[in-house]
Design a protein around this ligand. Structure first.
Ligand code: 5GP
Length: 144
């Protein structure tokens, strides 16, 4: 009976510990701004090509094509599936802005690719929704 009680207590303590640990990790993630938030706030320099109230666009530090831009919302939405109905206009604004930037930067006519790497299997490394805009060379398909 006593050992059953200890076992039950043990399980409860263990599950409370797990729960606490998960909350700790969530809070840590929430408190730690990503590199893109720091770029948005001007804490880390970037070569901007566009800035407005809702989004910013700048050159990728490791370009994969002659032109490689990152277009990100100022709002820190980690991934596509974490966006909600409230973000509908913002998501539309990002695509319209991508087209506007392509025209302004002079690669709309030759063509370009827009890519969102989403989650671990998608190849995402920065958990802040971002659109890669690649241009300036013929891009192959399918991607690796
Ligand atoms: P992901 O791999 O998440 O789809 O894209 C992240 C992109 O951010 C990568 O292409 C990477 O080169 C770029 N990147 C990471 N850190 C920085 C930075 O500090 N400045 C700029 N401009 N780009 C960055």
């Amino acid at each position: 009976m006593l050992s059953l009680g200890i076992c039950f207590l043990h399980r409860k303590t263990w599950s409370n510990l797990n729960w606490g640990w998960q909350i700790g990790i969530d809070l840590l993630h929430r408190r730690m701004p990503t590199i893109f938030e720091k770029i948005c706030q001007g804490e880390i320099p970037a070569r901007f090509v566009h800035q407005d109230d809702l989004c910013v666009c700048f050159h990728d530090v490791t370009p994969q094509a002659p032109i490689h831009l990152l277009l990100i919302p100022r709002k820190a939405i980690p991934r596509v599936e974490q966006a909600n109905a409230e973000d509908q206009a913002l998501l539309g604004h990002l695509l319209l802005t991508a087209g506007e930037i392509a025209r302004q930067q002079g690669f709309a006519d030759t063509g370009f690719r827009i890519v969102i790497n989403n989650g671990a299997d998608g190849g995402e490394t920065v958990p802040h929704l971002h659109i890669h805009i690649l241009a300036g060379r013929k891009l192959s398909w399918p991607p690796g």
